[in-house]
Design a protein around this ligand. Sequence first.
Ligand code: SAM
Ligand code: SF4
Length: 327
Amino acid sequence: MKDAYNRTIDYVRIAVTDRCNLRCFYCMPENGIPYEPRPHLLSYEEITRLLNVLSTLGFSKVRFTGGEPFLRKDFMQLLENTANATDFQSIHITSNGTLLEKHIPKLKDLGITKINLSIDTLDPERFKTITRRDDFEKVMRCFHLLLENNFQVKLNAVIMAGINTQDIVPLAKLAERYPVSVRFIEEMPFNGGYKQNVKMFSAQAIRTTLENHFGTLTPLPGLHGDTATEFSLPGHLGQIGIIAAFSRTFCNTCNRLRIGPKGEIKSCLYDDGVFNIRDFMRSGVSDVELTEKFEEIIRLKPKDGFEAERMRKAPNTAMKSMSSIGG
Ligand code: SAM
Ligand code: SF4
C-alpha cells in the first residue's frame, strides 16, 4: 500500500506493553511512567487480528517492542500466533535482553531469529548509571547466547553528549569479532518528562568520532525502509550503522506504521497519535472497516517527522516516554 508520497508502507511496529524493568534515563524518569491497566492494552488476539488485516494490505514485516516485550506474560503466545496464524514472514523483536535468555529455544522453534538488543555502553558502571539497574552481565550473556544460537543480532546504542560518547569506538569494535550490526542512535526527546531539552550528539558527530578512529566510512547501499546508514569496515565480521533519529534524514523512504500498547496508531514517530484502533475494534467493526481505516491512515501519513511534529495537538514531545511509544 502506497502513501500520498509514493512510499510503500509495509512494516508495522507494535509496542506490546508500556512496562519496563529498566529505567534508561533517556526513555523514562527514575520512578517510571504511569502504566496502563492491563485491560487497556491490546490483547494478543486483537494484535493477531490487526496483523491479519495489515497483511491483506501488503504488510510483511512486524517488530514487537515496548516497553520490554518479554515482560508481557502472553508475549510468547503472541509470537506463536504471529508465526503460525498470520502471513508475516519477517518477525523482529527489540528487547533490553534482560529477560530473553530462557526463551531462546522457543524463539528458534518459531523461526524468530531477528533480535535488536539495546546496549549503550560496555562499561558496567556506566550501564548502571544509564539504565538505573545493575543488569549489564545479564545483557552481555544474552548477546553471546543469541550469537551462539545463530540469531541475527543488531545492537542499538543511544549516544548522549557527555554520557557515553567514549563508548562509540569500543561498541563499534564488537563488529570486528562478531557478525552483528552495531547501530548508534541520536537521542530523541521522548523521555517521559525527565528532561525538556536534549543536547543532541548528532549523527554527523557520531560519524566523525568513528572516522577519527577507523578512517573514512563509505555508506553501503540502503535497503527498503532503512533508517540506519550502514557501513562495513575492512576485516570486520559485522557492520556499523548510524540512525539520525532526531535529524530525521530518512523520512523520504519511511515504510512504517506504529501501534502503541493501547492501540494508538502513529503514522510517524513524531506525531502524537492519529487514531485509536483498539476502541474502533472494540466497537464491533468488521475487518473490511478496519482495512478501510488503515488505508485512510496510510493515505494521510505526513511527509516527514517535522511536518508530523508541527501537526501535534500536544506540543511537548518530551512528556511522552519511548516506552509507551515503542521505539
Ligand atoms: N525495552 C526494549 C529496549 O530497550 O530495547 C524495547 C523498547 S525501547 C523503547 C526501543 C528502543 O528505543 C531502544 O533501542 C532504546 O534505546 C530506544 N530509545 C528509547 N528512548 C530513546 C530516546 N529518547 N532516543 C532515542 N532512542 C531511544
Ligand atoms: Fe526500558 Fe527499553 Fe526504555 Fe530502557 S529503552 S527504559 S529498556 S523501554
